[in-house]
Design a protein around this ligand. Structure first.
Ligand code: FE2
Length: 463
C-alpha cells in the first residue's frame, strides 16, 4: 500500500482502508499543525493497534510535548512497538528506523533520533512525516543549521506534485529565517502558503521574517488576513496571536497587545509549555516598556509552580523560572535550579549538557533580575548567552532572555557592555527595531530606571 505521499506503508487488521485513511489524516494534520492530529492518531491505532509507525508517532508526540507526566505514554507506545518487533522478529526498514529513533528520543538523545529519521530519505525520499518530526526535534534543540540542512535536502526531493511539498517549503522557510536568510525565507514561506493554504508553519515563518526585520505593519497585515487559515490549528493558534501581539508591541500599541493577550493568547489558561512561554515572554516585554500588566502573572505562576522539576526542555524551564521569579517564589526557584543542576550532574541526556552550559546560568540570572540584583543577573545571563541558541525555540522567542540580559546590564549601570549586546542583537536581526532604538538611547544617555519589574510600573493601561 502507498500513503498520501507515495511511501510504502504496512497496515494490518480487518480495516486496512480505514487504517490507511487514518494514517493519511494523521500525517496531513501533523504537517499542518491541525487540532485534528490526535483524532486521526486514535483512529489509526483503533483500526490497526499494531501499526508501528502510528505507535512511534504517538511516542514522538509525547517527546515534543516537553512535559514529564506524559513520558509514561511514550514508554507505553515504545513498549508496544518493541513487543510487535519481538513477536515478528523483524520489521520493515522504515518501521525499524522509526522505532530505533524513538529509542534514542526516549533516552534524551534527540540528535541521534533526528539523524536516523533524516536518513530514511535514502530509501523513502517522500516520508514527509519523518521530515516534520526531524524539524520539530531540531527546533527543540535549537539546531538551526541542522534544520536548514535537513529541509534543504527535503526541498530537493519533493517536486511540486507531491501532497507534502507546500508543508516542506514551510519548514524550509523557517530554517532559512532562523539561519538569517530573510529574503529566501519570505519567498519559500509565501510559496508554501500558496501551495497549501492551511500550512500554518509557513504562515508562521513569514511572520517571523517580519518580526526579525521589524516590518510590523506588514506582519500585522500578513497575519490578520490569514486568521481563517490557522483556525484549524491546535494550541499553535495561541502562538499566532502571540506573533501578532509582537508586531503591535513593535509599533507601541500596548492596548492591542493586552487585548490579544486576554482574548486570545491566554484566554484558556492552558499549561502547555509553549502556551506558557507565549504568556511570560509577552508580559515581560510589556513590563520592559513600563506597562502595568495587572494580575496577569498570577495564573501563569500557578501553572509554573507545578513544573519546577520537569526539566524536559530548558526553554520551558526558563519561562517557568520567569513567572516564579516575577512572583518571588524563592522555594520554587530553588527547586527548579536544583532540578537542572541534578540532571546536569547526571549528564544522561543532551538536555543535561544544555542545563550545564546555559540553563543553570540563565535560571540564576532570571532570579537575580527579579530580585533586583542586576549586576549578578547580568553576569549570569551573559554567561548563558553564548549557548542560549541551544535551549531551543526561535530567535523571536529567545529574544525574551536577550532583552532581559540587556536590561540587566542597563539597570546595573554597565552601559558599555549593554551597548555591545544591543549592537550584536541588531546585527543578528539585521534591522534596528524599536526596542533596540529605545535601549541604545538609554545606553548612550546612561540613564535607566533601575527599579525591579515587581515595582509598580508607571504606565497603566488597565483599570
Ligand atoms: Fe514563532
Amino acid at each position: 500500500m502507498q500513503d498520501l505521499f507515495g511511501c510504502e506503508i504496512r497496515v494490518s487488521g480487518a480495516e486496512k482502508e480505514k487504517a490507511l485513511a487514518a494514517w493519511n489524516g494523521l500525517a496531513h494534520a501533523f504537517l499542518a499543525h491541525s487540532a485534528a492530529t490526535p483524532t486521526h492518531l486514535n483512529a489509526l491505532l483503533e483500526s490497526d493497534p499494531e501499526n508501528v509507525l502510528g505507535l512511534c508517532c504517538k511516542g514522538f508526540f509525547m517527546v515534543l510535548a516537553g512535559r514529564r507526566e506524559v513520558l509514561k505514554l511514550l514508554d507505553e507506545s515504545l513498549e508496544k512497538a518493541e513487543s510487535i518487533l519481538a513477536q515478528y522478529g523483524a520489521l520493515p526498514r522504515r518501521e525499524m528506523d522509526y522505532l530505533t529513533a524513538l529509542r534514542f528520543a526516549k533516552n534524551g538523545q534527540w540528535s541521534r533520533a533526528a539523524i536516523i529519521l533524516d536518513n530514511i530519505a535514502d530509501y523513502e525520499p517522500h516520508d514527509a512525516m519523518a521530515v516534520k518530526l526531524v524539524h520539530a526535534l531540531r527546533f527543540m534543540l535549537g539546531d538551526r543549521f541542522g534544520l536548514r540542512a535537513s529541509t534543504l535536502k527535503a526541498v530537493e526531493r519533493f517536486d511540486v506534485d507531491n501532497f507534502a511539498t507546500g508543508y516542506i517549503y514551510g519548514c524550509h522557510s523557517f530554517a532559512l529565517e532562523e539561519t538569517g536568510d530573510m529574503k529566501a525565507a519570505e519567498k519559500f514561506g509565501k510559496e508554501a502558503v500558496f501551495m497549501k493554504p492551511d500550512d500554518a508553519w509557513g504562515i508562521h515563518s513569514v511572520a517571523h521574517v517580519y518580526d526579525m526585520t521589524a516590518q510590523a505593519e506588514t506582519g500585522i497585515d500578513w497575519l490578520e488576513k490569514r486568521e481563517k487559515q490557522w483556525e484549524h490549528c491546535n494550541n499553535f493558534s495561541y502562538h499566532f496571536f502571540w506573533h501578532l501581539a509582537l508586531h503591535y508591541l513593535e509599533i507601541g500599541n500596548f492596548e492591542k497587545v493586552l487585548e490579544l493577550y486576554d482574548n486570545d493568547i491566554r484566554k484558556d489558561h492552558t499549561d502547555d509549555y509553549r502556551d506558557i512561554s507565549n504568556g511570560t515572554a509577552l508580559l515581560a516585554r510589556l513590563e520592559g516598556f513600563g506597562i502595568n500588566v495587572g494580575d496577569r502573572w498570577e495564573e501563569l505562576y500557578e501553572l509554573c509552580g507545578r513544573r519546577t522539576e520537569d526539566n524536559c526542555v530548558v526553554f520551558a524551564d526558563l519561562h517557568y523560572m520567569q513567572a516564579l521569579g516575577r512572583m518571588n517564589d524563592v522555594k520554587a526557584m530553588d527547586r527548579l535550579v536544583n532540578a537542572l543542576q541534578k540532571n546536569a550532574d547526571l549528564g544522561l541526556r543532551e538536555m543535561d549538557e544544555v542545563n550545564k552550559i546555559a540553563g543553570i546560568f540563565a535560571a540564576k540570572g532570571i532570579r537575580y533580575f527579579y530580585e533586583g540584583n542586576f549586576n549578578a543577573a547580568f553576569d549570569e545571563l551573559s554567561r548563558a548567552r553564548p549557548a542560549m541558541q541551544q535551549v531551543g525555540g526561535s530567535h523571536a522567542q529567545r529574544d525574551n532572555f536577550e532583552r532581559m540580559t540587556i536590561d540587566a546590564g542597563l539597570k546595573a549601570g554597565r552601559y558599555n557592555e549593554a551597548k555591545a549586546l544591543i549592537e550584536d542583537r541588531t546585527w543578528r536581526r539585521s534591522v534596528e527595531d524599536n526596542y533596540a532604538k529605545d535601549r541604545m538611547a538609554t545606553a548612550l544617555s546612561k540613564q535607566f530606571d533601575n527599579s525591579t519589574q515587581a515595582d509598580k510600573p508607571e504606565i497603566s493601561l488597565v483599570s
